[in-house]
Design a protein around this ligand. Structure first.
Ligand code: ATP
Length: 612
């Protein structure tokens, strides 16, 4: 599923170009150029040694055997043995060198693709199925490695063998030699047709592998939901459907290869039959010695494997070309959210934390309807503003614009008057502490999870953040903060994960806090504790909170009501409660439509209500 819409700068021409994208991987070969020269030299020398054996046979048949010279037979036999040994040693050297270089190249490409995925904005990842990315970074790269380590080498070797053998055959007997050379014409035509069809089949299959990987990943992630709803059989059926499609494509692809391989078998064998008949006639006519015919046929037999393997090499090459296309679809997608050339660093100490939204508009890439329109909002330094709105009104989207996870499509957002697009991304993201509704923890230690955005954080800072988020339970884990939390922190409860995510957001006291319903997964008692702690942090930090629960609104100095992507009212909780029926309706509905009752206003009759 390639990127295909605005938001990221997608490649201008995303049409697959079989060899072009494969050739573009040349820079990865460069560090191994020396090794490749060695292995190619070893492989060519091994081929030369094997080619010398039939010529030696000719000498034996026409020389010592014809003369009944036993010593001569032994001498030339010893030489053949030496050639065989040399070939074995050279093949060993080739294989030894080959393995390290191809694995090294695969690792380098994988590292670059992974780093690039990190640079691509959230919008890119919204549109790409994770299984598609997974299959590109794993199986596609393995296909490329196989081609670089075997396919490419054997292509060069087989072509070199073919040319060398044909030259030797023409020298032995020009007529028969040219007959063998002419067999290259049907081989070329078959290869061209096969390559075209196989490329399309490979692309289909590799895309389908990505779809299957996506299904597996989704199932693994949503296992509990799936089991709870008893949807296992339906999902299994869906999976079986995708697996069947993949199977059918695989079978069609294998049959295509089988059909072509049969032709690749047929052509050299037909040529061999013709050579045997014509060669025997030439021996009978005295135009060719028996030794020459034996040498000719032995050399020609050496062409059978290179020709037979052509099908496999072309198939491997086409798969690698498809894999290179798919890899470049990712690498060619330029990150759209990057540092502007003039971007500046804002030191934390210099930031007061005034956050403004000026006529901000936003629509998701690939969609036409804006999610946010004409947002004008100011959060003063140290102020806490709660965003309230019905589900789907754009609250989370609005938050994501502050650390530039998505880019505004109209208007601007400023921090102390600086457009966030004029700040270095690293600097901006250090200034903004973020906690999302779904608290993601990575498969690493609690400490690493906490210091994700601030790897240089001191122990005291971490301790303070944990205390603040009421997450001291982390010290009681089996290895304390060194405890590795499971995949996405699943070994912790929802409330524990949320508290760790909150501690991560407040670590180092960021200038701005952007929290998406930070207390949603907490029990009443913990909520009260975290709320108390949060109140202390929020006292001197500019904060934008998405709030679903009426109880959390109490944390905010002011509230903005979002409706259909627009701010329709701002004011204190009590003002909105008293004067805006829509606000009362949203709060009484609660997160799931059956929320708790609206709490009494904190500051009755506050001033400054704005309705738009
Ligand atoms: N990646 C996306 N691509 C396209 N549309 C999206 C994307 N994410 C969200 N939307 C749409 O944007 C709108 C606002 O979504 P958003 O998540 O910001 O709402 P919200 O107010 O935070 O909702 P909730 O309270 O349920 O979390 C919704 O209509 C949603 O369908």
């Amino acid at each position: 599923m390639p990127a295909s819409s605005d938001g990221d700068r997608v490649p201008r021409d995303a049409r697959p170009r079989p060899l072009r994208n494969l050739l573009r991987l040349r820079p990865y070969l460069r560090p191994y150029a020396g090794q490749f020269c060695w292995l190619l030299a070893a492989a060519l020398a091994a081929t030369a040694a094997s080619l010398a054996v039939p010529l030696l046979t000719q000498q034996v048949v026409d020389g010592p055997i014809a003369r009944h010279d036993t010593a001569g037979v032994l001498r030339l036999g010893g030489l053949a043995l030496l050639l065989g040994l040399t070939e074995a040693v050279l093949i060993f050297i080739r294989r030894w060198t080959q393995s390290s270089s191809s694995v090294g190249m695969e690792a380098a490409i994988r590292a670059d693709v992974y780093a690039h995925l990190q640079r691509l904005p959230a919008g890119f990842h919204d549109r790409w199925q994770s299984g598609q990315l997974l299959s590109r970074i794993t199986s596609d790269l393995s296909v490329i490695r196989r081609f670089l380590s075997f396919g490419l080498l054997f292509l060069v070797l087989n072509v070199a063998t073919y040319l060398a053998v044909v030259v030797l055959l023409i020298r032995l007997h020009p007529g028969l030699g040219l007959l063998v050379a002419a067999s290259a014409v049907p081989l070329f035509l078959i290869s061209r047709r096969f390559a075209r069809h196989y490329h399309a089949a490979s692309r289909r299959m590799q895309d389908q592998q990505g779809d299957v990987a996506t299904l597996v990943e989704e199932t693994a992630q949503g296992l509990r939901t799936m089991k709870a709803y008893g949807r296992g059989p339906q999902l299994a059926e869906r999976f079986a459907g995708s697996a069947r499609t993949l199977h059918d494509t695989g079978v069609a692809k294998a049959r295509l290869l089988a059909r072509t391989s049969a032709l690749f078998d047929l052509v050299p064998n037909l040529t061999l039959g013709a050579v045997l008949v014509l060669g025997a006639a030439a021996v009978a006519g005295g135009r060719l010695t028996v030794g020459q015919l034996v040498a000719f046929v032995s050399l020609q037999l050496m062409l059978i494997w290179p020709v037979q393997s052509l099908g496999w090499i072309i198939a491997n090459g086409q798969e690698a070309a498809t894999a290179a296309d798919r890899i470049h679809e990712v690498l060619d997608t330029a990150p759209s959210i990057v540092d502007a050339p003039h971007a500046v660093e804002l030191p934390r100490a210099a930031v007061r934390g005034r956050l403004t939204f000026e006529q901000v508009a936003f629509r998701y890439p690939g969609t036409t309807a804006p999610v946010l329109r004409q947002i004008d909002l100011t959060v003063e330094p140290g102020e806490t503003l709660a965003l309230v709105g019905a589900t789907g009104s754009g609250k989370s989207t609005l938050l994501s614009l502050v650390p530039r996870l998505h880019e505004v499509t109209g208007g601007r957002i400023t921090v102390d008057g600086h457009d966030v697009r004029d700040l270095r991304l690293g600097s901006l993201r250090r200034l903004v502490g973020v906690a999302f509704e779904e608290p993601t923890l990575f498969s690493m230690s609690v400490w690493e999870n906490l210091t994700l955005g601030r790897p240089d954080a001191a122990e005291d800072d971490v301790r303070a953040a944990l205390a603040l988020a009421q997450a001291d339970f982390a010290y009681d884990l089996p290895w304390g903060l060194a405890t590795r939390v499971g995949e996405q922190g699943l070994s912790l409860s929802g409330g524990q994960r949320q508290r760790l995510a909150l501690a991560r957001a407040v670590l180092g006291r960021p200038a701005l806090l952007v929290l998406d319903d930070p207390l949603s997964a907490l029990d009443v008692q913990t909520e009260a504790l975290v709320e108390g702690a949060l109140r202390r942090v929020l006292a001197d930090t500019t904060a934008l909170l998405v709030v679903h629960r009426p109880s959390t609104v109490a944390l905010a100095d002011r509230v903005a009501l979002l409706d259909g992507g627009r701010i329709v009212a701002t004011g204190t909780h009590s003002e909105l409660l008293a004067q805006v029926p829509a606000y009362r309706a949203v709060l009484s509905a609660g997160p799931g439509g059956t929320g708790p009752a609206v709490p009494p206003p904190r500051k009755p009759n506050g001033a400054g209500l704005v309705r738009s």
